[in-house]
Design a protein. Structure first.
Lengths: 382, 274
């Protein structure tokens, strides 16, 4: 429905967007996630008509809208700091777009009341916008955009100014509202948990480049690049040795874990393959690895079915988080520490305590393990 | 503060009010004889015409300053933060020269043998020099060039705190050019505009140097008339009466501006749908 085709945008020497291409389905909640300055807001402003791309085009329902000015676009935007008109009442803010047309006062008031009811702000029409709390201002901004019945609603980090409690509530409300209206929402955020929990699909943007598009689960479990892997959730980074590409597919590679054990995993998309023997980084999620009790003086072993490798390690830290326990263990064979997220539904290996020796269990052929060139950790923008 | 106000504001004002009720003696001295004769004389049609002319000139100067000042302030406020100090500096630059010198400079520019006329004559557009000095036009030009910054600065201060994304929001909601100006920019610039109007109108109404230097004998303004009473005619009581009229009209203009700028009156005229 909304299609973004090979958009490039440059500000001076800074390339804000590189060949950005996206295809949005009608009625989906689509998030654009990335650190600050990655180009996600620029992309949204291009969708709203506030910026014109240097090249590429934006299509909505089969019509090229690249050069349609904002006041003629069937899109509406909820701005980051709401951008409410400070001199107008709540009702006048919400009814602003209608007051530009020829609608009668009574009719307009009916639509305004409807829009305010939609965001649970009934009876607040006569209030001054400055007298509202952040969450209420957010609702007014939402009602003001929704009253135009846009084909696509653009939201520019709309929850970033709210405190955590309110943000969580607004996340749920926004999601419910979007489902009820069946409207396409394009939601820009730098908060990965927000994007993961709210979106039908999402795109991760890094330095003006769209790294990966897909459902939150797909991106989390099967990140295509090391940037996506590090930006979403947490990752253990273990230095291993690159061995060779797999025969069957070029995007999977073999790496040497410790002297004798190999592991098959995906190679970070778009990165050139290194020479054999080069140190590379293995990224694996703390909840995808496990711990089990160690038999006395057990070395690294591959399970009988050849699927699991277990490595001796020593617990160096334990942190209880209610539903989970984070166990940090030092693995001598890998010369590094890894974090394991243990679901407290299952019991911890018997006698697990600080300093105890246990076995770290890694499944050997998993798609969610990503191998990337040895890179410094990515800082996730705030 | 009270002492300062009493010494330099209330004291002299009481003195002027007192003088305005006295009379001039044969040699320009003050005769202690209380009456309202000066005020009666001030209502003479001869003087009423001077007031009217002064009001029209002050009003049009203020109007021109507002029309020029609002877009100027907007341009400065929306330009990049790096350039704003420079632009404001340029606006204030004329104040580095003496006021009288500045007014004389305008006289020279407009003079029959000044650069404008040389250009017009040289290009063959006119055969006679265009006589622009000693006219109401020259006075208005002098007033506008001198008082424009007093209009721009208060409006700039308002715009400077402005979140310009609301302009984007208005566009997004379907507004363009004129509605954005009338419904968003103008109401928000209003406090600055009101201060600017007071800051320009009040001094311009009493201005006497500019009309004197640029207006010639034909353009007598209220300020000039008062100066004349004190310095040439030596009729201090009549001058004091005229000064009181000037002060009263300034106070009423400022009162009017307060009323227009009052949030309570604004709310009644607010844009509430329906």
């Amino acid at each position: 429905m909304l299609s973004i085709r090979q958009i490039n945008k440059r500000y001076g020497s800074h390339q804000a967007l590189k060949d950005a291409t996206l295809e949005l389905e009608p009625g989906e909640f689509f998030s654009i996630l990335g650190p600050s300055g990655c180009g996600k807001s620029t992309l949204l402003r291009i969708l709203g008509g506030f910026e014109t791309p240097d090249s590429g085009s934006v299509w909505l329902g089969g019509v090229d809208i690249t050069r349609v000015p904002p006041h003629e676009r069937p899109t509406n935007m909820v701005f980051q700091r709401y951008a409410l008109f400070p001199h107008l009442s709540v009702a006048a803010n919400v009814g602003f777009s209608l007051s530009l047309g020829r609608m009668t006062g009574a009719e307009r008031r009916r639509y305004v009341d409807e829009a305010l009811a939609l965001v649970a702000m009934e009876g607040m029409g006569e209030r001054r916008v400055q007298s509202l709390s952040g969450g209420q201002q957010q609702r007014v901004a939402l009602a003001r955009a929704l009253i135009c019945k846009p084909k696509v609603l653009l939201l520019d980090e709309p929850l970033s100014a709210l405190d955590l409690q309110l943000r969580l509530r607004m996340q749920a409300e926004l999601r419910a509202l979007q489902r009820r209206l069946g409207m396409t929402f394009v939601f820009v955020t730098h908060d990965q948990s927000e994007a993961l929990s709210m979106s039908d699909r999402m795109a991760v943007v890094n330095r003006g480049h769209i790294e990966q598009v897909g459902s939150p689960a797909a991106l989390y479990d099967h990140p295509a690049t090391d940037f996506v892997a590090s930006f979403l959730g947490t990752m253990n980074r273990v230095t291993v040795q690159y061995s060779a590409p797999c025969n069957q597919s070029s995007d999977h590679v073999w790496v040497n874990l410790d002297g004798s054990n190999r592991l098959r995993a995906r190679w970070s998309q778009g990165r050139p393959l290194p020479a054999a023997g080069t140190p590379v980084t293995m990224l694996v999620r703390p909840e995808k690895i496990g711990l089990r009790e160690a038999h006395s003086h057990e070395a690294s072993v591959v399970s009988t079915d050849g699927r699991e490798l277990s490595l001796p390690c020593q617990v160096s830290d334990m942190a209880f988080h209610g539903a989970t326990t984070q166990v940090t263990a030092h693995v001598a064979n890998l010369a590094t520490s890894v974090t394991v997220t243990h679901l407290n539904r299952d019991s911890l290996p018997a006698g697990l305590s600080l300093g105890s020796r246990v076995q770290l269990v890694i499944r050997l052929d998993l798609d969610h393990v990503l191998i990337a060139p040895a890179i410094p950790p990515v800082t996730t923008g705030g | 503060m009270t002492l300062w106000l009493g010494l330099f504001l209330v004291g002299p004002l009481v003195m002027v009010a007192l003088y305005s009720l006295l009379q001039r003696g044969p040699y320009g001295e003050i005769v202690w004889h209380f009456n309202l004769a000066n005020y009666q004389r001030a209502l003479d049609p001869l003087y009423l015409r001077v007031y009217a002319k002064s009001l029209v000139l002050a009003g049009s100067t203020t109007g021109i300053c507002a029309v020029l000042g609002l877009p100027l302030a907007y341009t400065i406020a929306t330009s990049s933060k790096r350039w704003q100090p420079t632009l404001l500096g340029l606006l204030m630059l004329p104040f580095l020269t003496n006021f009288v010198v500045r007014v004389y400079a305008i006289r020279l520019i407009l003079a029959a043998e000044g650069p404008i006329n040389l250009l017009l004559l040289g290009s063959g557009l006119t055969t006679e020099p265009w006589l622009m000095t000693d006219s109401a036009f020259a006075v208005a030009l002098g007033m506008v060039t001198n008082y424009l910054p007093f209009m721009v600065l208060p409006i700039y201060v308002v715009f400077e705190k402005f979140d310009f994304t609301i302009i984007d929001a208005a566009k997004d909601l379907g507004a363009r050019g004129w509605p954005i100006f009338r419904r968003i920019i103008l109401p928000l610039a209003r406090p600055g505009l009101i201060s600017g109007v007071s800051l320009v109108f009040v001094p311009v109404l009493g201005e006497y140097t500019i009309p004197d230097l640029l207006g010639g004998a034909k353009t007598l303004m209220l300020g000039g008339l008062i100066t004349e009473q004190f310095l040439r005619v030596r009729d201090w009581p009549f001058g004091a009466a005229l000064a009181m009229i000037l002060v009263l009209s300034m106070v009423s203009v400022m009162g009017l501006m307060r009323l227009v700028g009052d949030p309570a009156t604004r709310r009644q005229r607010g844009f509430i749908p329906g």
